[in-house]
Design a protein. Structure first.
Length: 265
């Protein structure tokens, strides 16, 4: 006779087999991932970055996986790199190479460990050198430089002063220009506001924003502008002198957000 105090195991039905087949590996994976994160936190470390190389090829290219990037003028003819890297288990790499095509700087975090890794860099660039820079996750700030091509997957872009040709794009983040002297600017954002303030009258401004407000500010008392501003879902405001035949062009296209062209105070 069966002892009433002893429970009978539940039959292993097909549903229970499926639940075990899925649940056990998932549980083990979560436990392993939690342990991995604890180890990474306990292993946290950092190192300083100091390096310089002679400018070459008239071009500097900077690529950062995760971290903030600052670009500034150099006092001499060297491309100077300073910064700090923070990491968990795997030390990130910072590579600097120079060739006839230019100087290449790459800050790379190990795959799948980006939450425990970031490299914040400041790159000083000699006069007359064009810069192409990108981050996967992090802000880029450029001050008083010439031709720039800046791209952030997730992060803000800011340009202070400077001159030349600017190409600015971000998937998710704001684009800000302060007292810019650039003649030609092409700025685009998938999601984020764009604010471009010009210290000198620009020749050609093209702005596209899928979701965000766009504001372009130009010097008071300057030339008239050939302005085209359109928003599919938002308002437009143009408060500067306009002339469709002007050689100073401003074109703004917004899917969702406001488009504004104002004079500087």
């Amino acid at each position: 006779m069966r002892d009433p105090n002893v429970s009978t195991p539940l039959p292993l039905t097909g549903g229970r087999r499926t639940a075990l087949a899925i649940g056990v590996p998932v549980s083990l994976a979560l436990i392993a991932w939690g342990a991995f994160n604890v180890i990474a936190l306990l292993s946290a470390d950092s190192f300083q970055i100091h390096q310089s190389v002679a400018a070459a090829g008239g071009q500097v290219s900077v690529s950062v996986d995760t971290g903030n990037l600052s670009l500034e003028p150099a006092a001499g003819d060297q491309v100077a790199l300073t910064g700090v890297a923070h990491y968990g288990l795997v030390r990130p790499t910072v590579d600097v190479t120079s060739s006839g095509a230019g100087v290449s700087i790459t800050a790379h975090c190990a795959p799948f460990l980006v939450d425990e890794c970031d490299v914040d860099l400041t790159v000083a660039v000699p006069a007359g050198i064009a810069v192409t820079a990108s981050t996967d996750s992090g802000d880029i700030t450029a001050s008083n430089l010439g031709n720039l091509t800046l791209q952030a997957d997730s992060g803000n872009l800011q340009v202070n002063g400077g001159s030349g040709l600017l190409h600015l794009s971000t998937d998710s983040g704001q684009i800000t220009g302060v007292a810019m002297g650039a003649s030609d600017v092409n700025a685009s954002a998938d999601s984020g506001d764009i604010s471009l303030d010009f210290g000198h009258a620009p020749a050609d401004v093209l702005v596209q924003d899928d979701s965000g407000d766009v504001t372009v500010t130009v010097p008071s008392g300057g030339p008239a502008y050939a302005v085209t501003a359109h928003s599919n879902s938002g308002s437009t405001s143009i408060e500067v002198p306009t002339d469709p035949t002007s050689t100073h062009d401003i074109s703004i296209s917004v899917d969702s957000g406001n488009a504004v062209v104002d004079p500087r105070d």
